[in-house]
Design a protein around this ligand. Structure first.
Ligand code: OAD
Length: 272
């Protein structure tokens, strides 16, 4: 069940009466766990607790560019399980699509690379995929592009694809952001939209990875910040305007939709 501290009712009231109309959202792996993609850091169920057989120096090495450059095998051993195959967006994704439909979604920063935002119908011009995507790939070393069909086969077979330039021999890396790499160049420019928001909504992230983890702090003082997550995260709770709904985010968005009078609309949008 979802426990609520602070005042979710007044946030809902302010959305209904128009005082809140520019919602800035930050999402992470927790909004996709109910679609079947485990998160990273949850004890037992998260990816980082399951990597012992791969004998990594530390769990995040699997996504570190310097480790990948000499040992790409562990990444391809887990790539198939992380790669979205016909997954259905969660009702949390549908809630964000509903916010957009109602003209309330100012901007969404997602750390996820599953692409479920687009599948849920969130307009792509409102979304920054801060950690990249699986739509293209290139040689980590010489940057030569690599064909989609060969990439799909490599992921499916759990084999490392290598650069087609024989003299290069670098491993192919999807255009997802690894540790040690820069975020998309739009990130710096989009950061300022956080200060334009009149509600900061954070869902399904442990707020342990910079720079996305710093975004909630860019919300203006006095602007409510709502965390819908299994656990407390980042500096939530430090501001008097913070509200934490601790529990599954699918329960949290249903509760919020109930308060807003949008529940039927949300369920219908999700089912379609
Ligand atoms: P984490 O695994 O670090 O955090 C997921 C958060 O979601 C945790 O706080 C969970 O408690 C919470 N959670 C899990 N399931 C939930 C549910 N059903 N409802 C509500 N909360 C839930 O994932 P991220 O914060 O997204 O980057 O991780 C950030 C980045 O670290 C990832 O993008 C990835 C990773 O390493 C790279 O690899 C570069």
């Amino acid at each position: 069940s979802t426990s609520t501290q602070g005042d979710i009712e007044s946030i809902a009231d302010n959305i209904k009466n128009g005082h809140i109309s520019r919602i800035v959202v930050l999402t992470g792996a927790g909004i996709s766990t109910s679609a079947g993609i485990p998160d990273f850091r949850s004890p037992t169920t998260g990816l980082y607790d399951k990597l012992a057989p791969l004998k990594l120096p530390y769990p995040e090495a699997i996504f570190h560019i310097s480790y990948f450059s000499h040992s790409p095998e562990p990444f391809y051993a887990i790539a198939r399980a992380r790669h979205p195959g016909n997954l259905k967006p969660t009702i949390s994704h549908a809630f964000l699509a509903l916010l957009a439909k109602k003209g309330l979604l100012h901007y969404l920063f997602t750390q996820n690379i599953d692409g479920l935002e687009e599948d849920a119908g969130i307009p792509t011009d409102k979304v920054l995929w801060a950690h990249g995507n699986w739509k293209s790939q290139h040689c980590w070393k010489c940057k030569t592009e690599y064909p989609d069909d060969l990439m799909k086969r490599a992921i499916h077979n759990g084999e490392v694809p290598y650069c087609l330039k024989a003299e290069c021999g670098g491993a192919i890396k999807p255009n997802v952001v690894f540790f040690g790499q820069s975020l998309p160049k739009e990130f710096d420019e989009k950061e300022k939209v956080v200060g334009q928001g009149d509600l900061m909504l954070v869902m399904g992230t442990s707020l342990k990875v910079a720079p996305c983890s710093t975004l909630p702090r860019l919300a203006n003082k006095g602007v409510p910040r709502l965390l819908i997550n299994m656990e407390k995260a980042g500096d939530f709770g430090n501001r008097k305007e913070d509200v934490c709904m601790l529990g599954p985010c699918d329960d949290g968005v249903r509760r919020l939709a109930d308060l807003l009078g949008w529940r039927d609309e949300l369920e219908t949008l999700w089912k379609d």
